[in-house]
Structures are given as C-alpha cells and as structure tokens.
Design a protein around this ligand. Structure first.
Ligand code: FAD
Ligand code: UDP
Length: 365
C-alpha cells in the first residue's frame, strides 16, 4: 500500500520502518526542519550531545522495543541518577532510604526507614499519593514532608495543578522507593545512543521504501494520494478544534554554555521548591564527554499556546481524557486514518512506549 506517515518523531519513524519492512511504500512528512521529533539532538563544537528538547534517557522493560531500537543504535550504558535540591542539600530522587538518611538526624531517619520497611517491604515503589494514605504516624510525617518538599511545588510549576488534580500516574512515575538504589529508572534496558537519537532515527528511515519530506505540514489533500495515513500530530488540530482544544503543557529551555568542566554533579538536578525552573540538565554526562566546557538547559514550564510554543506534555486528568475520547469518536469515522504517538493518542508516552505502540500498530495493520 501507499502510506503517508505524518510526523518524524520516534512514533512516526518506527511506524515508517516497520511498515516499509512489510513491503509498503511510505511517504513520511515532517513540519519541522529536522527528524526525531522531541528526541532531536546534535553534537556541538565540543562533541557534547545536546538534546534540543530537554534531557532524554532511553529506558525500557520491553525486549521487543530494545531489540528494535538496537538495530539502529549502539548504546552507551548510561544509568540515570537525579538529585533534588531540598533544604539546601542535593538528595536522591526518586526519594529513597538514602534521601531520608541525608535529610534527617539518625534517630529520626531510623524510625522512618523502619516504618517504611515494615509497612511496604524492601524494594517496593510507593506513589506519594498512596504513601499519604498510611495510618502510621511516622509514615504520615514522612509522606507530608515528601509531598511538600518534593512533589507539591514541582508539580504546581510543571503542570499548573496540584498532584490531586492530575491522574495519579503522573506523580506515580517517580514513586518513593523503599531501597537504596539511587537510579531514576530500574528498567532492564537503559542507555543513550552513542551516535545520538537523531542518527538513530535517520538510520531507521534509511530504507528503499521510505521517502522523507522535511518542512512539510500535513494537508488533507495529501490523503487523496494514499491508501492509508498514520497521523502522529495533535488529534485536536487534525479536526480543526471542532470540539475545543486539548490542553498541553509546554516548556521554555534556557541553554547556557560554561567554560568549566562541570556545572553540577549529576546530569539532572531538580528544583522542587526554589526558583521558577523545575530542573537543570547537563548534557556531557550522557555519553561521558570529556571537555573543558559544558552545556546545561534550565526548564521553565508554561502553558501551551498555539503558534507561540510547542506541545510537550498532554495533561492527564479526567476532563481532558473525556474530551480526547470525544475526538476518538470522530477518529473512528475516518476509514483511512490511524492516530498514534504522544500527540495523536494524547498520552504521556515515554520513548519506549511510543515505539511499542508503533510496532504493535504496524503488526496489526
Ligand atoms: P513527537 O516527538 O512529538 O513527534 C511528533 C512529530 O510530528 C513532531 O516532530 C512534529 O513536528 C510532527 N508533526 C506534528 N503535527 C504535524 C503536522 N500537521 N504535519 C507534519 N508534521 C507534524 N521519554 C523517555 O523515554 N525518556 C526521557 O528521558 C524523556 N524525556 C523527555 C523530556 C521532555 C522535556 C519531553 C517533552 C519528553 C521526554 N520524553 C522522554 C518523551 C519523548 O519525547 C516522547 O515519548 C517521544 O518524543 C514521543 O514521540 P512521538 O513521535 O510520539 O512525538
Ligand atoms: N515530580 C515532582 N518532583 C520531582 C520529580 C517529579 O513533583 O522532583 C512529579 C511532577 O509532577 C512531574 C512528575 O512527577 O511532572 C513526573 O516526573 P518525571 O521526571 O517523570 O517527568 P518528565 O521527565 O516526564 O518531565
């Protein structure tokens, strides 16, 4: 079949490759001047791999996704750690036993750790909104502390909502961890593509059945020339906002270069309480690049406004889910069209989830 894929992010690129390998002819269009969507990166003059839309760490439990991606990338075995600036200290997030020990005097820390181990057990991951339900007095104290110092103000900055006003899965992405593993992700497969994400996507698209047009925005007349279209742009935009706009969160990135080896001790430092930014990413850590210069980005969350900034995060809550489902009903009437991706499915996908969705769609097509 002749297939149009709209959007050259990881969803569109995975779809294009997987469908091309099944023998279909793919035309991929992308409105931006570059491939890879929000995973786009480039190597700067000092060979530092800069991720233009914020720090991106690949992590998955899916062997299928990992093996698919690994056909197009060699991996640097990077394991991500984040520190949060809390009460003047840099402590591990996800908040864990080491964070407790760093912040509290030993006698209190021991009590809190004992209570955590007793109620949940070693190795458990407890979303903050679950921890807050504990009846144990020590855990109530801990939950209130972590809620206030780690989650509340970060979430208000990031989303413009409190944790309770969002789907619980949002803060559940970073659960309190009853253990001492400081890594942000404990997935079996993790890494950074040694040649960068953009190169990985380029390699996915190097196939005789795939043609790519950058700087090309979707228009409906393109549908007439093809048998099917996979659309990874925003579903509300496709339908010209007839049911109203689906809200998104955007970010402003402030990139700075410094004439020194390092700016901060970890690739990402979160600032839940102080300052207007939520986090600072330092890029040389990802591939352990040696340089006497370094590049960082400050992330300032803001509302998405059409024509002014980019859609980065769908906002998971009940009202938005309802509106999205009404758009899905419209989508069901479009015989030639399948929506996918963070924007098409209005889902807070990680890279691996976006790829898995694309692989599954290509298999069932
Ligand atoms: P996108 O990357 O958004 O691609 C969609 C593409 O479609 C875009 O290039 C867009 O320009 C194009 N498009 C849209 N409409 C049209 C149109 N009408 N015509 C033509 N082209 C169009 N995931 C992780 O796994 N690990 C991380 O560490 C991580 N960090 C992140 C940090 C930030 C700040 C953000 C915002 C996301 C992060 N993610 C991370 C998520 C990751 O970026 C997404 O999972 C992934 O980019 C989704 O790919 P996609 O193809 O669905 O969407
Ligand atoms: N979060 C928080 N404090 C932190 C880290 C995360 O409150 O120090 C909450 C916040 O609501 C955030 C969500 O958990 O948006 C998910 O965090 P994650 O790091 O997964 O966000 P992403 O990398 O997708 O921006």
């Amino acid at each position: 079949m002749d297939i149009l894929v709209v959007g050259a992010g990881l969803t569109g690129a995975t779809l294009a490759r997987a469908l091309a390998e099944k023998g279909h002819e793919i035309r991929l269009i992308e409105q931006r001047e570059h491939l890879a969507g929000n995973c786009f990166d480039y190597f700067n003059d000092n060979e530092i791999d800069v991720h233009m839309y914020g720090t991106h760490i690949f992590h998955t439990q899916s062997a299928e996704v990992w093996h698919f991606a690994s056909r197009f990338a060699e991996w640097y075995p990077y394991q991500h750690e984040v520190r949060a600036f809390i009460d003047g200290k840099l402590v591990p997030v996800p908040f864990n036993i080491n964070s407790i020990e760093a912040l509290f005097p030993t006698s209190i820390a021991d009590r809190l750790i004992y209570a955590l181990l007793n109620e949940f057990g070693l190795g458990q991951k407890v979303p903050i909104l679950e921890l807050r339900k504990s009846q144990n007095k020590d855990l109530q104290f801990l939950a209130n502390y972590v809620y206030e110092k780690v989650f509340l103000h970060y979430t208000e900055k990031q989303w413009g909502f409190t944790p309770e006003q969002l789907d619980q899965a949002v803060t559940g992405r970073v659960p309190v961890f009853v253990g001492k593993d400081n890594r942000y992700f404990q997935d079996k497969y993790q890494g950074i593509p040694i040649a960068g994400y953009t190169r990985m996507v380029e390699r996915m698209l190097e196939h005789e059945n795939i043609s790519v047009d950058l700087n090309t925005k979707f228009s409906r007349d393109q549908l007439e020339e093809v048998d099917h279209c996979f659309y990874t742009g925003a579903i509300d935009e496709y339908f010209n906002y007839v049911l109203g706009e689906l809200p998104y969160r955007s970010l402003k990135f402030n990139f700075l270069e410094f004439n020194r080896a390092h700016f901060q001790p970890y690739a990402v430092v979160n600032y839940p309480n102080n300052y207007d930014w939520t986090r600072i990413g330092e890029y040389k850590y990802f591939l352990d690049t040696k340089s006497d210069k370094t590049v960082v980005s400050y992330e300032y969350p803001e509302a998405f406004v059409r024509g002014q900034n980019e859609r980065y995060y769908p906002i998971p809550n009940e009202a938005n889910d309802k509106l999205y489902k009404r758009y899905l009903e419209l989508a069901a009437k479009e015989a030639k069209l399948t929506f996918a991706g963070r924007l098409g499915d209005y889902r807070y996908y990680n890279m691996d989830q976006a790829m898995l969705r694309a692989i599954k769609l290509s298999e069932s097509f």
